[in-house]
Design a protein around this ligand. Structure first.
Ligand SMILES: Nc1ncnc2c1ncn2[C@@H]1O[C@H](COP(=O)(O)OP(=O)(O)OP(=O)(O)O)[C@@H](O)[C@H]1O
Ligand SMILES: [Mg+2]
Length: 85
C-alpha cells in the first residue's frame, strides 16, 4: 500500500523556486497498477523520487506498507528503499 498525503515538492534554485509537485494525495492498494501520465515537466519523476525519498518532499507525507518514508534517514532509509522497485 502506498499512501501519499498533500505531497508538495519545491526546488530552490539560485534565482527562483520551482514547484515540481503540488499537493498530490493518492492511495494505491497492494496489487493495483497505476500509471503516472503528464506533459514534460508535469512532475512525474519528482513524484516518484519523493516516494523513495531520493528527493525529500517539501511538505506532505508518503508511507509505503505502513512505513512513513519521510520519517526515515540514513541506514533505515536505505533498508526501506531496497524493498521498493
Ligand atoms: N533538481 C531540480 N531543480 C530545479 N527544478 C527542478 C529539478 N528537478 C525538476 N525540476 C522542475 O520540476 C518540474 C517537474 O519536473 P519533473 O522532472 O518531475 O517532470 P517530469 O514530468 O518527470 O518531466 P519529463 O516528462 O520531461 O521527464 C519541472 O518544472 C522541472 O523543471
Ligand atoms: Mg521525468
Amino acid at each position: 500500500m502506498i499512501e501519499i498525503n498533500n505531497l508538495t515538492k519545491v526546488y530552490q534554485t539560485k534565482k527562483k523556486s520551482v514547484t515540481g509537485v503540488k499537493d498530490v494525495s493518492l492511495s494505491i492498494a497492494r496489487g493495483d497498477i497505476f500509471g503516472i501520465i503528464g506533459y514534460s515537466g508535469a512532475g512525474k519523476s519528482s513524484l516518484l523520487r519523493c516516494i523513495n525519498v531520493l528527493e525529500r518532499p517539501t511538505s506532505g507525507s508518503v508511507s509505503v506498507d505502513g512505513t512513513e518514508m519521510t520519517g526515515l534517514k540514513g541506514e533505515e532509509l536505505r533498508k526501506q528503499r531496497l524493498k521498493i522497485g
